[in-house]
Design a protein around this ligand. Structure first.
Ligand SMILES: *[C@@H]1O[C@H](CO)[C@@H](O)[C@H](O)[C@H]1NC(C)=O
Ligand SMILES: *[C@@H]1O[C@H](CO)[C@@H](O)[C@H](O)[C@H]1NC(C)=O
Ligand SMILES: *[C@@H]1O[C@H](CO)[C@@H](O)[C@H](O)[C@H]1NC(C)=O
Ligand SMILES: *[C@@H]1O[C@H](CO)[C@@H](O)[C@H](O)[C@H]1NC(C)=O
Ligand SMILES: *[C@@H]1O[C@H](CO)[C@@H](O)[C@H](O)[C@H]1NC(C)=O
Ligand SMILES: *[C@@H]1O[C@H](CO)[C@@H](O)[C@H](O)[C@H]1NC(C)=O
Ligand SMILES: *[C@@H]1O[C@H](CO)[C@@H](O)[C@H](O)[C@H]1NC(C)=O
Ligand SMILES: *[C@@H]1O[C@H](CO)[C@@H](O)[C@H](O)[C@H]1NC(C)=O
Ligand SMILES: *[C@@H]1O[C@H](CO)[C@@H](O)[C@H](O)[C@H]1NC(C)=O
Ligand SMILES: *[C@@H]1O[C@H](CO)[C@@H](O)[C@H](O)[C@H]1NC(C)=O
Length: 449
């Protein structure tokens, strides 16, 4: 039965119980044909446009699809749950930049042992060999869709994975997908997901998602090469700039320092994890979706969390030394001790130039009174945190005060001491959780209030 989309039939029956009888017979008859091709893809068993291959747990499907309102044909992986062929939840696309314009396509293993998408004229539209890390294995390779939604190309000689879709995500991060980032990599090498261009176009869009190698691991969404959203640093359990995670029993993330200049980043959420994923939308939002089986008796994909809830989540909305609070009007204020850099722009709601310091810091000038720290609670800490080794929070504050270039510090469990020595950007006031942030100010700024 694995070749038949059982859930699809159930939905059809709901809609028109009688007319579908002949269709049902057709599907049962054709299922024997499906059966012969649905287990794996090899040089001789290839997948035609009209066929799909279903994982043995029946959760995922690989086949040809067209996005809504498009006639382009793509090979993709989507969920085989709910009304899956109507509301496609595509999690991976092979030929995202190179669609077929008709239904003559096939997905097959080439004589050289690569997984390929070809059209009716045998033109190659996509090949696993385009990915630098795959190697030619001879024609004994076989491709399978695993229960996790991973399309793998195996060497028949020893079962080794030659290539896998999990190493080449498109816009979705499925549970069990892990990736390795170089700590010193440029932004291009740390990209994990790349958005679709639009709702009907899976080709590479403007937005990407990954870990920008900074002092502390942190997720970023980039719009082109500019930061669009950041998660705040990782503390070994959660991202400190994502308040939602503080209430989660388990975030599912793991980051391991491989001690070879690379980080291993993984996401998995236990047994039910197949029905949950992260997606980078074409409009730049990272969305965590889960399958709500009980919804309206049919089930539905629902949003559990999204990266941008308000303008305050957009990177640097209030500029340097500005702080954002979505519950105030206007949303941007200058940190205490700072004033708008350009009052005309600021009062018109253009906050990008941010704020400047009113009273210069004394630093360690013994003639004046020593600088003090302004204590802000429940904050999204600014970008560009640097980690330094300290014994405790007091020690962190002392080390910051002793160092003329230290403008702020924070101490957080799992991370320790973070200090900042440049413009403080992308600060947000949360209504709970977050981090205690200490901003260095001239002594007189603090006695004033
Ligand atoms: C592919 O699946 C078919 C049908 O189940 C099976 O007969 C064949 O041995 C499989 N081939 C490989 C290489 O696994
Ligand atoms: C598809 O086209 C219909 C009719 O033109 C339109 O109402 C709908 O919004 C379109 N869907 C998408 C995803 O663009
Ligand atoms: C479809 O694409 C092929 C090349 O892949 C091209 O020769 C053909 O003209 C296209 N057909 C249409 C209707 O655009
Ligand atoms: C693949 O198999 C065909 C015939 O089965 C053979 O002629 C060819 O040499 C093989 N190719 C490789 C790369 O092993
Ligand atoms: C499996 O075979 C390939 C060549 O076909 C080889 O590169 C690889 O090292 C082998 N792996 C193991 C675990 O033997
Ligand atoms: C990153 O990729 C973009 C577009 O492909 C390119 O213009 C840019 O030079 C690359 N940056 C680096 C540091 O390689
Ligand atoms: C906001 O101010 C910046 C800096 O002066 C300027 O580059 C930008 O065009 C302004 N944006 C708008 C929407 O006026
Ligand atoms: C301030 O500290 C720096 C080193 O941290 C030192 O070089 C400088 O002399 C000190 N200045 C004063 C006024 O103490
Ligand atoms: C002050 O902090 C900066 C980093 O913010 C660091 O590079 C520098 O070495 C520190 N100076 C001292 C004297 O610790
Ligand atoms: C901040 O500290 C880093 C690392 O010590 C240093 O490379 C950078 O020049 C410093 N920036 C400023 C503005 O002091």
């Amino acid at each position: 039965m694995q070749g038949i989309d059982i859930s699809g039939l159930a939905v059809m029956n709901n809609h028109s119980r009688y007319c579908c009888f002949s269709l049902l017979i057709f599907l049962i008859l054709s299922s024997s044909f499906y059966f012969s091709t649905a287990q794996n893809i090899t040089v001789t068993h290839f997948l035609r446009d009209s066929e799909t291959l279903i994982s043995s747990n029946a959760v995922f499907k690989v086949g040809f699809f067209s996005p809504t309102n498009s006639t382009n044909r793509y090979v993709g992986i989507w969920y085989n749950i709910g009304n899956s062929d109507h509301d496609l939840e595509v999690v991976w696309v092979a030929n995202r930049d190179n669609p077929l314009n008709d239904t003559s396509g096939v997905l097959k293993v080439s004589d050289e042992g690569n997984l390929q998408v070809l059209n009716g004229q045998n033109n190659v539209f996509w090949s696993s060999s385009n990915d630098a890390d795959s190697s030619h294995q001879g024609n004994s390779s076989v491709a399978r869709l695993l229960d996790t939604g991973n399309l793998v190309l195996l060497s028949n000689a020893n079962g080794t994975i030659i290539w896998q879709s999990f190493d080449h995500p498109t816009d979705s991060w499925l549970p069990q997908v892990s990736f390795t980032v170089k700590e010193e990599a440029d932004q291009n090498n740390s990209v994990a997901l790349r958005s679709w261009k639009g709702p009907m176009d899976p080709s590479r869009g403007r937005f990407s998602f990954g870990i920008i190698p900074r002092n502390l691991p942190e997720f970023f969404t980039l719009d082109g090469d500019k930061p669009y959203w950041r998660s705040g640093p990782w503390n070994g359990y959660l991202y400190v700039g994502v308040p939602f995670m503080h209430s989660e029993a388990s975030t599912g993330f793991n980051i391991i320092d491989n001690h070879d200049g690379t980080l291993y980043v993984a996401y998995s959420v236990g047994d039910k994890s197949l029905f949950e994923r992260f997606e980078l939308n074409y409009d730049g939002l990272v969305v965590q979706k889960f399958w709500d089986n009980d919804y309206n008796e049919k089930g539905k994909w629902e949003i559990k969390w999204q990266s941008i809830e308000s303008e305050c989540d957009v990177y640097g909305t209030c500029g340097p030394f500005g702080s954002c609070n979505p519950h105030t009007s206007p949303i941007c204020t200058c940190l205490q001790g700072f004033e708008p850099k350009n009052m005309a722009e600021w009062s018109q709601g253009n906050w990008t130039s941010g704020c400047v310091r009113r009273m210069t810091l004394q630093c360690n000038n013994t003639a004046g009174k020593a600088d003090k720290f302004l204590w802000l609670k429940h904050m999204k800490v600014p970008d560009y945190a640097q980690w330094i080794s300290t014994a405790n929070q007091d020690d962190c504050g002392r080390k910051c005060l002793e160092n003329c270039s230290c403008l702020a510090y924070a101490y957080y469990s799992g991370i320790g001491c973070m200090i900042w020595n440049q413009s403080l950007i992308d600060i947000q006031q949360f209504s709970g959780d977050g981090v205690d942030l200490f901003i260095r100010l001239a002594h007189s700024e603090l006695v004033k209030s």
